[in-house]
Design a protein around this ligand. Structure first.
Ligand SMILES: NC(=O)c1ccc[n+]([C@@H]2O[C@H](COP(=O)([O-])OP(=O)(O)OC[C@H]3O[C@@H](n4cnc5c(N)ncnc54)[C@H](O)[C@@H]3O)[C@@H](O)[C@H]2O)c1
Length: 279
């Protein structure tokens, strides 16, 4: 298995991914340009580890796990990594730029994966040398608790890279499903239109946010309502995913104007303290 892994982007997904890898005693470098994001990631990981350790869900102590993670702002420190997982915001141009940077920094054997929710891996792979080492490794939020990982094969992905990522997923105690490289893959192809429709229901005043969520929780047995889930994911991320679905799959996936309005106002959900709910 890998002994050095780097994760780019220390937001809610990157921090969770770094944590679950370090829990398996693997050295992780968690990279973010923003020092405040690195600090926040460190305290979030510490809190999560303490809860998991108390419940006896992890064997290493929180300190032992934290010692496996290096919080860094310089991408040059990932040179040694055998696997790099990109988890920067859901923006095609930004991810392309970051993929190029990774390719210029690491060795030709390093596997380069993206945690993208919707963007084409085949497109991202065009930004790196040896594109057969690129694939999607899509963890779910919150990473320490959710057991699914979608593995997405780019057109260029080699069989051996795909196999290694499947084995790595199992090693992390997660379950892998494999998806073709189509917009939104499996989960977001189905989940995001439902969230978008819930926003339309709110926009059309069919019901309050609370009642829309309650209806889906009690009527469909969902663990949380679609609007609360959108707040957890981040409304900016939801909008970016809908835009990728609309561009790739057509009109039917048009983002709801209310979702666009909230994002334009900086109302991004839990991470900004206000979305469909106030936190
Ligand atoms: N939020 C979710 O529920 C969820 C679930 C699955 C997948 N994803 C995907 O994971 C990715 C990250 O989402 P998130 O919710 O963690 O975003 P986030 O906004 O919480 O974090 C992104 C982080 O990337 C950092 N960043 C920006 N540019 C960078 C660069 N060039 N180099 C290093 N770091 C950089 C930012 O400072 C920020 O800390 C996206 O592709 C998203 O679609 C999100």
């Amino acid at each position: 298995m890998f002994s050095h892994v780097a994760v780019l982007g220390a937001g809610q997904m990157g921090s969770g991914i770094a944590q679950v890898i370090a829990q398996k005693d693997i050295s992780v470098q968690l990279v973010d340009l923003n020092e405040a994001a690195l600090k926040k990631a460190q305290s979030k990981i510490k809190n999560s580890l303490e809860k998991l350790y108390k419940k006896k869900l992890i064997t290493l102590t929180p300190d032992e796990v934290l010692q496996k993670i290096q919080f860094v702002s310089d991408i040059n420190s990932i040179k040694q990594s055998e696997l790099v997982i990109e988890a920067v915001p859901e923006n095609q141009n930004l991810k392309s730029k970051v993929f190029k940077q990774i390719s210029d920094t690491v060795s030709a054997n390093t596997i380069i994966a993206s945690n993208t929710s919707s963007i084409s891996l085949t497109y991202l792979a065009e930004n790196v040398s040896h594109p057969q080492r690129v694939a999607g490794l899509h963890f779910m939020n919150p990473v320490p608790l959710m057991t699914l990982v979608e593995i997405i094969r780019a057109e260029q992905t080699s069989d051996s890279v795909f196999e290694k990522l499947c084995q790595f997923t199992v090693f992390l105690d997660k379950t892998a499903v494999s998806s073709k490289d189509k917009p939104g893959f499996i989960v977001n192809r189905i989940l995001m239109p439902m969230i978008n429709e819930a926003v339309f229901a709110l926009q059309e005043s069919i019901a309050s946010a609370e009642d829309i969520d309650k209806a889906m929780q009690l009527g469909c047995h969902h663990p949380m309502g679609p609007l609360a889930l959108a707040d957890l994911i981040g409304l900016d991320t939801c909008l970016s995913i809908m835009e990728v679905l609309e561009e790739g799959l057509g009109e039917k996936y048009k983002p709801c104007p209310l979702l666009k309005k909230y994002v334009a106002e900086g109302r991004l959900g839990k991470k900004t303290g206000k979305g469909f709910y106030t936190y």
